[in-house]
Design a protein. Structure first.
Ligand code: ZN
Length: 174
């Protein structure tokens, strides 16, 4: 079995509080997160709780995203915590339970606990929105052109004429 799917039949048969820890390794190829460049690694602690299996633990990986300043590739280490509940298929669907179950993941019929989706969610939420590379990069050339008041030397005479003709116009700009 892959290192991100665990059979919890035994744990389900145990008393609340029973625990089990498993090493997690989810290769990029199985994760539907294009930014991932390394497998997701960590230790998942599975705890039998009243109605479910609680999965907790720290996970880490590396993503490749564009630098917010220069647009080159930046590799960023990401880290996130799991805190997810998995309930058995066919759990008691009394009204009281339904709301609770809506926030839970499902085990499959054989009581396999598949972490792939919670791992993908964790990675996506851990990707920093404005990653920047280390090497004091500069803003992209395009940005620099539009932000500065630099004038193309070839147009300088024209600019001067315009300045004489519409001084007010320029003042508004500056
Ligand atoms: Zn950069």
């Amino acid at each position: 079995m892959a290192d991100f799917v665990f059979n919890v039949s035994r744990l389900l048969g145990q008393q609340p509080g029973a625990q089990r820890a498993e090493a997690v390794e989810a290769p990029c190829a199985v994760m539907k997160v294009p930014e991932l460049i390394k497998p997701v690694l960590g230790t998942a602690r599975m705890t039998r709780i009243e109605n479910a299996i609680l999965v907790s633990g720290n996970m880490r990986s590396t993503v490749r995203v564009p630098c917010a300043r220069c647009d080159c590739d930046v590799d960023v280490d990401v880290e996130f915590e799991l805190a997810d509940q998995f309930v058995p298929v066919g759990s008691d669907l009394s009204e009281e339970n339904q709301q609770y179950l809506a926030d839970c993941w499902r085990l499959d019929k054989r009581h396999n606990l598949d972490l792939i989706e919670v791992l993908a969610e964790g990675v996506v939420s851990a990707i920093p929105p404005f990653a920047a590379c280390d090497q004091g990069c500069r803003v992209s050339e395009l940005e620099e052109e539009t932000s500065g008041p630099r004038i193309d030397p070839r147009f300088e005479p024209l600019y001067k004429i315009r300045q004489d003709m519409f001084p007010k116009d320029l003042k508004d700009e500056g």
